[in-house]
Ligand binder design. Structure first.
Ligand code: ADP
Length: 630
């Protein structure tokens, strides 16, 4: 049996004051007497083993099985508690020798890391830490007497002097001086810390927190001496000390006392699993199985300790997680590194997604740039083409109008001649009367008026012709369709003195309005009227009549120009609207093709039909009815 003195020391140690020391030494003295009695019994036991079981000694020549034990009370208490275990295992597994080695928490961790031990017996908090850190694995849990169950065995008591009326519950600890065993002590600090945190109190809320280390009785002494207002101790410690006569239970009280069925000691917290025995990663599995079987079969020790199947240590992990300590200490770290360690799968996914998104965004941006540039170029090209087409169209329009004018120029001259002749006649008649002295102011006024009327008539003809022949861009305006048609027929009549009469059949709804270039509309109507007149040249003047039918078909107005001419020769019908198709000796063949372009640019259609009742043709065109005004 080896005893590791070097590591059997306590980490947290706050030096007590002189009065404190007297009291502490008194408590320690009685604890030592107890320990010595235990040692006596154990030494006798060992001697008995050595004397009466010589065979065991022979078998013990083989390499010993090392059991590392957390010794929190000092080696003698540990020896007293765990000695029977080693004996039992030695006798249950003949041929095996079991050696107990005692460590403090850090020493035991190091021993596990270096694989210096084959089994570990430690408190549940330390076990949970080593389980996460070094992969030790429990095979049995201590079954202690006087606890409700192995899963509910370890708790803390937060104690104060009984005469401190101001300290009743854990919340009263704010601003008080509190003593505890150590930051890493499970029952001696961490269990109570979790309970305090649940109640909204943190160690920082204390006026002072002293870690006094082992033996735990130091905390009781500090409280009794008034050096601490309250203290955190393993549950049942106070009762044990009272049993040994070191303290009087009545001198102390437990803060926020809890009742746990089957648990008779004063308690301020919930209960956690009891100590486990665990294997290391390297421990031989057959040996682990044999040890587990031997432990489960072990009869209770004289103090009533036995072993049972391993219990669930998740509550201990939950405690660590809540407190962000031990294996979960990284939860409390807020450095970038800690965050990265904690959330690396999420961060990996996040950065991968971010990278993907950035690449996607850059690509989309590039594509948008490229397509925008291409679109701009295409638009510019289209605009240029449209501008070219417009210019071309305007040119053609102009040409066409000039052509119509050219054809009508003879008759135009005749038309203008009439008012000019009338003006001349009136002027000469006035001169004659002036010479003969037969003029009166009334005659002068009448002649002047007539001259003015005729001059206005001639001016009107010239204005209309100039407007018609002018070169300008298309201008849309909303105009009543009747007005547009009327103006065109008037112009037609003025241009062609021997023009056939135009009979208008108006079936338009009231307020029929078109959104159109009026001049272009007149151009279309004049062309159709002129073609109709040309088609009827062979007819006697009284038979020459053009029907102008205005009606609405669905969302369009329809204008039909009907003649009684010879119609279109067979085979020519499909060429009517082609540019430069003409059957007239002096024709240009542009009129209908330009009319078609104009009508289609207005959203309408132009077509020709042979009259249902021959002879003759009707040329129809449509224009969208202006929804706003119609
Ligand atoms: P143009 O009058 O200079 O010939 P258009 O494009 O106006 O040019 O007419 C093309 C041809 O369509 C005419 O030459 C003629 O043969 C035919 N056409 C046009 N209107 C009529 C009509 N109302 N009746 C018969 N033929 C027509």
């Amino acid at each position: 049996m080896s005893i590791n003195w070097a590591n059997a020391r306590c980490t947290f140690h706050a030096g007590p004051s002189p009065s404190h020391r007297q009291r502490a030494s008194q408590i320690e003295r009685s604890a030592r007497i107890n320990s010595l009695r235990r040692i006596q019994r154990i030494v006798i036991g060992i001697l008995a083993v050595l004397v009466f079981v010589p065979a065991a000694r022979a078998q013990a020549e083989a390499a010993p099985v090392r059991i590392g034990v957390l010794a929190f009370l000092g080696w003698e208490a540990a020896f007293s508690d765990w000695g029977p275990l080693a004996q039992h295992l030695g006798s249950a597994l003949p041929g095996r020798r079991f050696a107990l080695a005692y460590y403090d928490a850090a020493g035991l961790r190091e021993a596990v890391r270096r694989e210096e031990v084959d089994f570990v017996i430690t408190n549940s908090g330390h076990y949970a830490a080593l389980e996460s850190e070094l992969g030790i694995s429990r095979i049995a849990t201590l079954d202690s007497p006087s606890v409700p169950s192995p899963a509910r065995a370890i708790g803390s008591a937060v104690i104060a002097r009984a005469d401190r009326d101001d300290l009743e519950v854990l919340a009263d600890l704010k601003g008080q001086r509190v003593a505890a065993v150590g930051e890493e002590a499970f029952g001696g600090f961490q269990v109570a810390w979790r309970e305090l945190r649940r109640q909204g109190i943190e160690p920082e809320d204390f006026a002072q927190l002293d870690f006094l280390g082992f033996p735990i009785s130091r905390i009781v002494t500090a409280i009794a001496d008034g050096e601490a207002d309250a203290g955190i101790v393993r549950a049942c410690l106070l009762e044990e000390l009272a049993r040994s006569g070191a303290v009087r239970l009545a001198d102390f009280k437990v803060l926020s006392p809890r009742r746990e069925p089957g648990f008779s000691c004063g308690l301020s917290t919930e209960l956690y699993p009891d100590w486990p025995i665990a294997t290391l990663r390297h421990t031989d599995l057959r040996l682990a199985k044999a040890v587990a079987a031997a432990l489960l079969a072990m009869p209770p020790t004289p103090k009533g300790y036995a072993w049972t199947a391993p219990v669930d240590y998740r509550p201990v992990h939950d405690l660590f997680r809540d407190l962000e300590i031990g294996p979960y200490s990284y939860l409390g770290e807020n450095t970038l590194q800690a965050l990265a360690r904690r959330h690396w799968p999420f961060l990996l996914f996040f950065f991968a997604a971010l990278g993907g998104w950035v690449i996607h965004a850059v690509r989309v941006e590039q594509q948008v740039h490229a397509r925008t540039a291409a679109l701009r170029a295409a638009l510019a090209e289209r605009d240029a083409a449209e501008a070219g087409m417009r210019a071309h169209q305007e040119q053609l329009d102009h040409l066409s109008r000039l052509s119509v004018l050219g054809e009508l120029s003879g008759t135009l001259a005749h038309e203008l001649n009439q008012p000019l002749a009338a003006i001349g006649n009136y002027a000469q008649s006035l001169l004659r009367r002036l010479e003969s002295g037969r003029y009166t102011p009334a005659i002068l006024a009448e002649a002047s008026e007539e001259i003015a009327v005729q001059a206005e008539r001639a001016g009107g003809i010239v204005r209309r012709i100039r407007a018609f022949a002018s070169k300008r861009a298309a201008v849309r305006e909303k105009r009543p369709l009747r007005e547009v048609v009327q103006e065109a027929t008037t112009l037609f009549g003025a241009m062609l003195p021997a023009a056939p009469r135009v009979e208008i059949d108006d079936r338009l709804p009231a307020g029929a309005v078109v959104d159109a270039d009026v001049l272009q509309m007149q151009q279309v109507l004049l062309n159709l009227l002129k073609n109709a007149a040309d088609a009827m040249q062979e007819l006697a003047p009284r038979e020459r009549a053009i029907g102008l039918v205005l009606d609405q078909v669905g969302p369009h107005y329809r204008i039909g120009v009907r003649d009684r001419g010879a119609g279109v020769p067979a085979g020519s019908a499909q060429h009517l609207f082609e540019p430069f198709f003409t059957t007239k000796p002096d024709g240009m063949g542009l009129g209908l093709s330009i009319c078609k372009t104009i009508v289609e640019a207005h959203g309408g259609r132009l077509w020709a039909e042979a009259n249902a009742a021959p002879p003759g043709m009707t040329f129809f065109f449509t224009l969208p009815a202006d929804a706003q005004l119609a």
